[in-house]
Design a protein around this ligand. Structure first.
Ligand code: WTA
Length: 659
């Protein structure tokens, strides 16, 4: 067990909920929470059915809540029909929310623009009408490769309005990743921008799309719709490429939402698994939106007066659930930010909270850790320099938040009067699963605390039996929930084997290790598979290895994670070249070349922090790479394990040299 996990487990500070928040909370007090949990357990169909009727607008009401006949291919509200965009926008039009600000957009260079719900609805309708006029319709797949912008939200909502299934590819991914995803979803439409702007730099997007589509296999793409963000130079393919403003021009600001079945896929989002290529996680319409909305109401205790800010990119699930869908369905005003937390300086987040009077702030531990470092070395951008009094709730997502980062966030950002909500969930779960509630849960730094009502999380052993509190095991969900992954796009067998291994009694296997303490609180102990979490981004070690071995100089590669004080984990690559062992400047130059190569193959987030060269990798006599040893070497620790089964023990010394 690493020393960090040990330090987490001896954590015994407890912070009771704040009286003012308990008083006004949607779920107020531990008893109210327990009652909801009991209701969900006693009569799950009634519980979920009630929530779905009370919180969604149905075009055709459902008669069955959960259909388990094809488990684990669960169907929720399966004979109902609705439209997701209508549930996020149209439902507000005949209420005072219509004229409320929906989005406050702040660009990289600090320009602010706002749209009301009415205006957002009109813009979504214009684009939907434009796409319809181009012949796109329900069931088709669209790839979205967009900068953070109002247009990105509009594009996602316009797809949802027509029943077009979107697959957003994070703007930091390479054209190669874009190419693979375009083929895998069978896209007929791409929506992108000329360039994106982050931290004062422009990065081409349309060029990457051209490269991806030219690489072959993407002939199904009929149109590329381009949002003009910077006016930078782009190549143009007549007939295929269209400016977004031209597509929308002269379109009426009203577009009838297309009703879809509750189970119609709303989106496909790629994420890393332990083996093979990234998998296309397929989400439903009704179940997904229901839980996105409920968690905005319960976890963030949404109030009409809130200014909500989730700092995630729409390229990740957090941006889907807590920017494009949940907060809009809840009628909140929210901030959408184009840039990065450190530009023009590392006070940007605090300055924006002050400027827009943000009340609920949701970010990632990596950001907190890097801003802590910056603030502690430069008092001018310390959060204490800013007026953060508007804040009432602060949240964290994406990776374990260590108690030190938690305390800093709580003390300096929350000023000891805002709860830190450490929300545990995944791309596959659609929305929050285990999280404190502001009006209910005593907090312990480093624990995501307790499951939401209706969510049956447990820690089990290899046979699916509950382990005692205090012992580690696999984190599972025993019962299905509405926002769960429906399948892996195009690969139902992989869906079954990855998430519902037969020995676990049909439970959903999250892929994380966890343990519960005496109070039943969950402590997440990191992935149990070969998935790394770098700055809150999931990366498969296999993906990085395949990228490395596709380079002409590389014969073999093994990738492991190493704990990192800022990014959580860092990528360390062990590489065997198909030439002599490089030394000195030569080694440094090749290491740089390989890093750039990985950035081009996958994206900059996958760049190995360390590259170690060896004449071989540590292998057993049967030829299996001993990753366990590589993890020790990557940490710079002395190998104390038995290496007698190693074919080539001497190789470990060679691999200890970083470049
Ligand atoms: C990790 C992001 C500890 C976990 C929403 C999970 C966390 C993976 C937490 C999913 C948390 C996410 N505490 N670990 N609060 N939140 N994780 O799919 O390992 O990008 O399996 O979804 O991130 O990452 P994903």
């Amino acid at each position: 067990m690493s020393s960090e996990i040990e330090s987490v487990l001896v954590e015994n500070r407890v912070f009771p909920p704040f009286a003012n928040l308990v008083k006004e909370a949607a779920i107020s007090g531990m008893q109210a929470y327990r009652d909801l949990c009991a209701e969900a357990e006693r009569a799950p169909d009634e519980f979920w059915g009630r929530l779905a009727r009370e919180n969604l607008r149905w075009h055709k009401p459902f008669t069955q809540v959960l259909d388990e006949s094809e488990a684990p291919f669960y169907r929720w509200f399966g004979d109902g029909e609705l439209n997701i965009s209508a549930n996020c926008l149209d439902k507000h039009l005949d209420t005072p929310t219509a004229n409320k600000t929906a989005l406050i957009f702040e660009s990289d260079d600090g320009k602010v623009s706002k749209v009301t719900y009415k205006e957002l609805h009109a813009r979504v309708c214009e684009l939907a009408n434009g796409l319809k006029a181009l012949g796109h319709s329900k069931g088709e797949r669209a790839i979205l490769y967009m900068p953070m912008s109002i247009e990105a939200v509009v594009a996602m909502q316009a797809c949802a309005r027509l029943g077009i299934i979107h697959s957003v590819v994070f703007g930091g991914f390479s054209s190669k990743s874009l190419h693979e995803r375009t083929i895998d979803v069978g896209a007929t439409l791409v929506i992108t921008a000329d360039e994106q702007v982050r931290g004062g730099k422009t990065i081409p997007l349309k060029n990457a799309v051209d490269e991806a589509l030219d690489a072959g296999g993407c002939e199904a793409v009929r149109h590329v719709v381009v949002y003009r963000r910077t006016g930078g130079q782009v190549a143009w393919k007549e007939g295929r490429d269209l400016w977004l403003h031209d597509v929308c021009a002269n379109q009426p600001p009203v577009c009838e939402p297309v009703p879809v079945n509750a189970e119609h896929p709303l989106f496909i989002l790629y994420t890393s698994g332990s083996t093979g290529r990234p998998k296309g996680v397929q989400h439903s319409s009704a179940g997904y939106l229901l839980w996105s909305l409920m968690t905005v109401k319960w976890t963030f205790d949404a109030k009409d007066s809130d200014v909500f800010w989730c700092t995630a990119d729409v390229g990740w699930v957090t941006g889907h659930t807590y920017i494009t869908y949940g907060p809009l369905a809840a009628g909140l005003t929210q901030v959408v930010f184009e840039g990065v937390p450190t530009y023009p300086n590392a006070g940007r987040f605090w300055e924006m909270i002050q400027r827009h009077k943000v009340t609920v702030f949701y970010t990632a531990p990596t950001a907190i850790r890097s801003l802590t470092k910056a603030a502690e070395s430069n008092p001018d951008i310390h959060p204490r320099r800013y007026d953060l009094n508007s804040l009432r709730i602060i949240g964290s997502v994406g990776e374990p938040i260590n108690p030190e980062a938690w305390m800093w966030y709580y003390t300096h950002v929350g000023r000891e009067r805002c709860p830190v909500l450490d929300t545990w969930w995944q791309t596959e779960t659609g929305a929050h699963m285990i999280t404190p509630l502001p009006g209910v849960t005593p907090l312990k730094p480093g624990s995501c605390t307790l499951p939401l009502p209706g969510i049956s999380m447990a820690v089990v052993d290899e046979a699916g039996e509950d382990v005692e509190h205090g012992k580690g095991g696999f984190l599972v969900a025993k019962r299905p929930w509405p926002a769960m992954i429906r399948t892996i796009w195009g690969d139902p067998e992989r869906f079954k084997s990855a998430y519902f291994p037969p020995e676990l009694k049909g439970y959903y296997l999250a892929g994380d290790g966890a343990q519960r303490d005496q109070d039943g609180y969950f402590w997440i102990m990191g992935r149990i598979d070969d998935v790394l979490n770098v700055s809150g981004h999931r990366l498969g070690t296999m993906e990085v290895e395949s990228a490395l071995v596709s380079h002409e100089l590389v014969a073999e590669a093994a990738v492991v994670g190493r704990p990192d004080a800022t990014t959580g984990e860092a990528v360390v690559a062990f590489v065997v070249l198909n030439r002599s062992l490089p030394e000195g400047d030569d080694a440094v130059a090749i290491a740089k070349q390989l890093r750039d190569w990985v950035a081009k193959e996958i994206g900059p987030i996958a760049k190995p922090k360390d590259i170690r060269f060896g004449e071989n990798l540590p292998k057993t006599r049967s030829g299996k790479i001993m990753r366990r040893l590589l993890r020790v070497v990557a940490k710079g620790e002395q190998v104390t394990q038995d290496v007698s089964t190693l074919e080539n023990p001497g190789i470990l010394d060679q691999l200890s040299q970083a470049h």
